[in-house]
Design a protein around this ligand. Sequence first.
Ligand code: G6D
Length: 346
Amino acid sequence: MELTKTVFGTYEGKDVHEYTLTNSKGVSISAMPLGATLTKLVTPDKDGKKENITLNVESLEDFVTHRPFYGATIGRVAGRITKGKYSLGDKEIQLDVNEGNNLLHGGPKGLDTKLWDVEANEDEGKLSFNYESPAGENGFPGTMQITVTYTLTEANEWVIDYTATTDETTLFNPTNHVYFNLAGDINKPILNHELELASRHYVPLAEENLPGGNLESVEGTPFDFTVLKPVKDAVLSDHPQIKPLNGLDHPFVLDQKDEVKARLYDSESKREVKLFTDCNSVVVFTHNGEVDDYTIDGGPAKQYAGITLETQTLPDAINQPGFGNIILKPEETFRSRTTYEFGVRN
Ligand code: G6D
């Protein structure tokens, strides 16, 4: 494994470095300590052409100013929390809201906005990001010690390991907000990418993109990805859950019996990503609008420029019975692993 380190920008007067790990097959991951953020992911296509297959900001300023979440670690709680509050026993906790009356992606100063400590281990192909989140940050109780470790393996896997502890009962449900574009060219929309999900239920969205609180079968709907099919078959459908959003932004419940939780494939480049995770869900968001507040690869971030596979416990779980447990107690250690495996399938 080869490790390189370059200055990506400055933040609060400090240099922020981009660390790049490259394996013997030429696959590389790059990441920075601001938001423990993936900044590039390079893999070969069918002809061995190595290209970045993720959406990333061009500058630290854009990342800080516009908070696009590209490749960022999201938390303490990913997704939306209704009215930014929850009840635990006889306590009602009001968090800091940052999207209308709701909390999105950890709140106004989520983990993606924080400068983490970083330890790089070239021999083991690991980047370990550590952050102490003080009690009360974004309204969450408890001081947390959070570690996110990125490992690049010789089997072309990006392994994400989360561990966290707290000194007071709190909530924790992190994800990585990576957007894939397997064409290696963000001017090629992901509409022709093919997706397969080990999922027979999804969560319809209610007002304000909040989870609706129930599970719907995917059978007979555009949400059925139980067999590999083009993303556009769903994204361009007139389904009442999709048309208003111009695409997907939905949680899918993952079948625990299937080892491979998702497959994303681009028939032109022949690149394929396989997803493995211990999480009970994955949020698929298809970048449904063009964003011209900043540029990526010299142009606006176009509609359908990328697709996320955000693994997590179902959003708003603390307020939705049956969605899973995101409560972390002082005597517990949170552990979760998500792996993206990259290859070419002819
Ligand atoms: C929008 O609703 C979507 C979110 O799911 C996504 O994470 C965010 O944009 C980047 O708010």
